[in-house]
Ligand binder design. Structure first.
Ligand SMILES: NC(=O)c1ccc[n+]([C@@H]2O[C@H](COP(=O)([O-])OP(=O)(O)OC[C@H]3O[C@@H](n4cnc5c(N)ncnc54)[C@H](OP(=O)(O)O)[C@@H]3O)[C@@H](O)[C@H]2O)c1
Length: 313
């Protein structure tokens, strides 16, 4: 995502392609895109950069949320829209099949069953191999899974966003569905160099997120020094500690960090070698959890788009 939009200023296509190649070279096995990212440009980037390495990684993308003719982000789960988006994605990605295709947000104005049914049809037609959902509740997962088997649920999950712990992590484990944790580094917060909201460009999406705003941000920053100490104790960086924490949640939990930088890419990959004891996990949990973090993860306009179990801020 951040190779094309969302945080800071995206890198040039050549720099982004370098990051993608390096990711595969050092052992990343899954690359995550969406029709929404860069409004199609992220899929184009992946297709151009990696068309000759298609067999070396699992390709995931998403439909159901995109830029409309007025240039506004829109959720549209109509079967004809999902089908058209899939065709556009295949063309931009320069591939015949997408390994895992998510409904980015389900369109609550329409029956969930019709949207999952359409994705199931895309599987039958060989355009996508498996399907998933993003930012949904345990009840929605069960409803969808009954229509067509789900392979993965992609939802925000990190030390500071624990909604999935209410029911989704257990439901995924029970049903044999992978849980893909997005924003595992808390959009840069859980690192040795957290962003400075005052210095972010106007289009940076973190400026619209309460945790990075007003009095919430200095409070949240004040939680970091003991996390840094814990990271030093473990011989790792804060980002690696955050990723190791996610990895320790269960075999079915897969973190997908995002980066525009090769050094961060390498740092994050090395987190798979960091093993945390139950005692260390408990200490980390006590420092950063829903009760200690200040502010909601999404703003009031965005929250209605999702149906995950929310934890009051
Ligand atoms: N399904 C959904 O609705 C949804 C929503 C959001 C994201 N996603 C997916 O999840 C992926 C990851 O999400 P995310 O990008 O928010 O994850 P993230 O890894 O929590 O945050 C990325 C941010 O953290 C910084 N960062 C990464 N590694 C770092 C390190 N080692 N040290 C310091 N800073 C570091 C990056 O800056 P640098 O570029 O400087 O490294 C970037 O600004 C996205 O690419 C997208 O595919 C899905």
């Amino acid at each position: 995502m951040c190779l094309s939009h969302a945080y800071g200023t995206p890198p040039s296509p050549a720099e982004a392609a370098n990051v993608l190649h390096r990711a595969i070279d050092i052992g990343y096995t899954m690359l995550d895109s969406a029709a929404l990212y860069g409004f199609g440009n992220n899929e184009t980037l992946l297709g151009n950069a990696l068309k000759d390495r298609r067999q070396e990684y699992v390709l995931t993308s998403k439909c159901g949320m995109f830029k409309n003719a007025q240039g506004v982000r829109e959720i549209d789960g109509r079967p004809e829209t999902l089908r058209r988006t899939c065709e556009d994605s295949l063309r931009r990605l320069q591939t015949e099949v997408i390994d895992l295709y998510y409904l980015h947000r389900w369109d609550k104005r329409l029956p969930l069953e019709d949207q999952i049914g359409t994705l199931g049809d895309l599987v039958s037609e060989g355009k996508v191999r498996t399907i998933g959902l993003s930012e949904v509740s345990a009840a929605t997962i069960r409803r969808a899974h009954a229509v067509h088997p789900l392979t993965a649920i992609q939802t925000e999950y990190s030390l500071w966003t624990r909604n999935a712990e209410v029911a989704v992590l257990d439901t995924c484990r029970e049903l044999g569905i992978a849980f893909v944790a997005f924003s595992p580094i808390a959009r840069g917060f859980l690192s040795d160099a957290p962003p400075d909201p005052a210095a972010l460009p106007p289009k940076d999406i973190r400026l619209g997120m309460p945790r990075f705003q007003g009095n919430h941000w200095p409070h949240n920053l004040s939680l970091l020094p003991p996390v840094r100490d814990l990271a030093r104790e473990q011989g790792c960086t804060v980002a690696q500690l955050a990723l190791a924490w996610v990895l320790a949640r269960g075999e079915h939990v897969v973190p997908i960090p995002g980066t525009t930088r090769v050094d961060h890419l390498e740092e994050n990959a090395a987190a798979s070698g960091v093993r945390l004891s139950p005692g260390t996990i408990a200490r980390l949990d006590a420092i950063i959890n829903p009760a200690t973090v200040s502010g909601a993860r999404y703003n009031d306009a965005t929250l209605p788009e999702i149906d995950t179990e929310e934890i009051p801020a």
